[in-house]
Design a protein around this ligand. Structure first.
Ligand SMILES: C[S@@+](CC[C@H](N)C(=O)[O-])C[C@H]1O[C@@H](n2cnc3c(N)ncnc32)[C@H](O)[C@@H]1O
Length: 267
């Protein structure tokens, strides 16, 4: 029983990067219109940059459609801003907007930049599919001394309602696993970066139906991104999911919670 649970937990956390890239590439045209929470989170993460900070070189890790890269360029107009992402579709979309920024395909866990390259590394809702220790070590390597890493990410408990509803339908892993906040705090304090701030905040969205919720996740490219085999999402299974999710319904609709981490670290 214990080892079955461990296997499931491991599967829950196994991320298939090709699938991450394919899902986000497919969502490049629909992402911005569905990303209300993501925009709010990024704006809040951005508050982690201290007033008066004047970076010369800025990197947006997991830059997606480039919406935050664009804000970084507006905020730090004299800086050279680069967006890096795994998903070719996202990069194509971002680069078609004639923003004064450079674009680069790359993996956050193995960044294609030299040591001491950036004054500010920003990242919103992208590092949660990576191994945090590797991300912190890569970010430290490419940050100049005194440089800042300002980010948002996700912790365990994210989409708990959807996960619980799926568990009543079948035994597949449908939701990506995220480490608990306490474990991520520990990884940050074990890293060579110094912690200026690190906090957790819950955000809950409400939907009229399971179908609107699933459609929004698909538009965002946030389909399941682990490497497990999944069955087909048949109408019968969706109906089961709808029934299971009803037990969580509130006056304002079906809840979907996000456990959002905000951090500012210094090299
Ligand atoms: C939820 S979107 C966020 C995009 C943008 N930061 C924003 O706030 O709108 C996550 C982005 O991270 C990218 N991503 C996920 N894992 C990555 C990795 N290992 N390396 C580079 N990019 C990654 C995805 O392709 C996607 O574009």
């Amino acid at each position: 029983m214990q080892s079955k649970l461990r296997d499931r937990e491991a599967l829950f956390k196994t991320v298939d990067k090709q699938r991450v890239a394919a899902n986000f590439s497919r969502a490049a045209e629909t992402y911005d219109s569905a990303a209300a929470l993501q925009k709010r989170v990024a704006a809040r993460a951005m508050l982690g940059v201290p007033a008066g900070f004047q970076p010369e070189r800025v990197l947006d890790l997991g830059s997606g459609t480039g919406s935050q890269t664009s804000i970084l360029k507006t905020t730090f107009s004299d800086a050279h801003v680069t967006g890096v992402d795994l998903a070719m579709g996202m990069l194509k979309h971002a680069s078609s907007q004639e923003l004064d920024a450079s674009w680069c395909r790359g993996d956050i866990e193995s960044l294609p930049f030299k040591n001491d390259s950036f004054d500010l590394v920003f990242s919103s809702l992208a590092i949660q599919w990576c191994e945090l220790e590797t991300v912190l070590s890569e970010v430290r390597r490419i940050l100049k001394p005194g440089g800042l890493f300002v980010f948002s990410s996700l912790a365990k408990g994210t989409m708990v309602e959807l996960n619980q509803a799926w568990q009543q339908v079948d035994s597949h892993v449908h939701i990506n696993g995220f480490d608990p906040f306490s474990l991520q705090q520990q990884k940050v304090s074990n890293s060579a970066l110094q912690q200026r701030s690190l906090m957790l905040q819950q955000e809950t969205l409400y939907y009229p139906s399971v179908l609107t919720l699933l459609r929004e996740l698909k538009a965002l490219g946030v389909n399941t991104v682990h490497s497990a085999q999944q069955g087909l999402t048949t109408r019968a299974r969706i109906q089961k999911l709808e029934q299971a999710y009803e037990s969580s319904r509130t006056e304002v609709g079906l809840p979907l919670s996000y456990q959002v981490i905000y951090g500012t670290l210094v090299n």
